[in-house]
Design a binder for this molecule. Structure first.
Ligand SMILES: [Zn+2]
Length: 491
């Protein structure tokens, strides 16, 4: 017996040793995916650029679901035409549905496929109740202590005006691109892009134009993004999650008097379905863009994190459990379930025959609106609960395709980031919010979603939130990024 135990113990030791060897070898050979790119000396930015940006913020181009504030968009477009004179006179311009813009900057070499830079001029409203919480009024466009204040500074006027500044500056030097460059600025991104992006896509399709790559707003350069990594991470979105709001409803033939309630009521059945869904989240997956994120950031991490990410074959279950705990990381692992509305009952002493709830889903690539509905029916497993995608529930979209990191577009974006933000680690990622670029899938296989600004996690809540502002230094980097990106892409 003693002999046998000793043998088992020895075998265990050998196994642990082998396991350790594999972990060490995998960690040591977990090599960097950053390009060998040297930083460049900063391009000089026109000191007036920040004032032109501040002026653009004073036009309250708010998107509403069923109307448009025409005067504000007219003001913004006039501001563009009267301040970017070379863009206005030297580029070809189209207006789509009055307020969305397309520009074409023809390249010298017609054989090169064009590149498209996107952005949107509309902004989300400022809640009446939160107006008092702003330090500077949301549409004041004030510059104070080297910060530019206002709704739209982070989403998404910085991209629109960053591109315009970059091109105006290049035109001043008589720069001529080899590759044709298009710009597309939508005016209703925040409400789905029906009149802007979708109409712009139709315009390109009618002319048979498709793109080498497309760059739209998206993820950012985030400080303290991941454990074990002191460097900021430049998150380049290679895909985005889908979006759907579904209704759960219970319709009983009889309600009845609340003095003689049946065993199951409409509200009770619905409530049980909802708690079942919250208790059974969609399965978590580390694959696609999220796996790539770890493949790009892992090699730059300190130990022991580097070892963990180098050995996902072993640590995936542990990591999945850990990442599921925080809402921000949970959102890139699975389709998320957010119960947002509930309705049922008309009087305190009448049993309602109907009850309904709305749930908002952000769908992980690999799943669809249909598979989400099937998962709901299977999980709830109660025929009295109807799952439907009703009218008036806003737009629904399936997750986007994933763009390849082995492409000209990804490479040129990565190089440009490394040139201008040498401290950052560049990595592909999944965008959890929606962008206009999801409408462009038939126009390019290579769609990237990245906004070249560096923020801390604390600053993130200013996007669509209170006290939206950007530092002048950050805005000037946006302009430099686009200048260099055009240089690198169109030579
Ligand atoms: Zn946006």
């Amino acid at each position: 017996m003693k002999f046998f135990l000793r043998k088992v113990f020895r075998l265990l030791l050998v196994l642990v040793f082998i396991l350790l060897c594999i972990i060490i070898v995998k960690t040591v050979t977990f090599s960097s995916k950053q390009n060998q790119t040297a930083s460049i000396s900063p391009i000089t930015v026109d000191p007036q650029a920040k004032n032109r940006f501040a002026q653009a913020l004073r036009a309250a181009t708010v998107s509403y679901p069923s109307r448009i504030d025409t005067a504000m968009f007219v003001e913004l477009l006039e501001h563009i035409d009267s301040n970017y004179l070379l863009v206005d006179s030297l580029l070809e311009k189209e207006r789509i549905n009055d307020f969305s813009l397309i520009y074409k900057w023809p390249g010298k070499n017609a054989k090169l496929k064009p590149v498209l830079l996107m952005g949107h001029t509309d902004v989300v409203p400022v809640e009446e109740t939160s107006k008092g919480s702003w330090t500077e009024a949301p549409f004041s466009g004030i510059i104070k202590n080297d910060e530019i204040w206002g709704r739209g500074t982070l989403d998404d006027k910085l991209n629109v005006f960053g591109v315009l500044e970059a091109i105006e500056a290049l035109l001043k030097t008589n720069y001529q691109p080899n590759r044709t460059l298009y710009l597309a600025f939508g005016h209703d991104e925040e409400v789905g892009g029906t009149h802007g992006a979708q109409a712009q896509v139709a315009w390109f399709q009618q002319r048979g134009i498709d793109f080498e790559y497309i760059l739209d707003e998206g993820s950012i350069i985030l400080e303290e993004a991941l454990p074990g990594l002191t460097a900021p991470v430049a998150l380049v979105g290679v895909g985005e999650k889908g979006y759907a709001t579904l209704t759960l409803s219970v319709n009983l033939e009889q309600g009845g008097h609340s003095s003689m309630p049946p065993q199951a009521t409409a509200i009770g059945i619905l409530a049980k379905a909802l708690t079942t869904l919250e208790a059974n989240p969609f399965p978590a997956r580390i694959d696609g863009a999220t796996q790539e994120l770890f493949e790009y950031t892992g090699p730059e991490m300190d130990l022991p994190y580097k070892a963990i990410f180098a050995n996902l074959w072993l640590f995936k279950p542990l990591l999945t459990k850990q990442l599921s705990k925080a809402p921000t990381s949970n959102a890139v692992l699975r389709t998320t379930t957010a119960i947002t509305m509930i309705r049922g009952g008309i009087r305190d002493n009448v049993l309602p025959t109907t009850a309904a709830a709305k749930i908002n889903f952000r769908i992980l690539p690999g799943e669809t609106v249909e598979t989400v509905m099937a998962y709901l029916r299977e999980t709830i497993n109660d025929e009295r609960v109807i799952v439907s995608q009703g009218e008036g529930e806003g737009f629904a979209s399936n997750p986007s395709k994933l763009s390849s990191t082995n492409s000209f577009g990804y490479n040129v974006i990565q190089n440009t980031i490394q040139e201008l933000f040498p401290a950052a680690v560049v990595a592909p990622s999944l965008v959890i919010a929606g962008t206009d670029s999801r409408h462009y899938e038939m126009l390019s296989d290579n769609i990237f979603r990245f906004t070249p600004m560096q923020l801390s996690k604390r600053d993130l809540k200013r996007i669509h939130g209170i006290n939206e502002k950007i530092s002048v230094a950050n805005y000037e980097q946006v302009i430099r990024f686009y200048q260099q990106l055009i240089n690198n892409s169109c030579k």
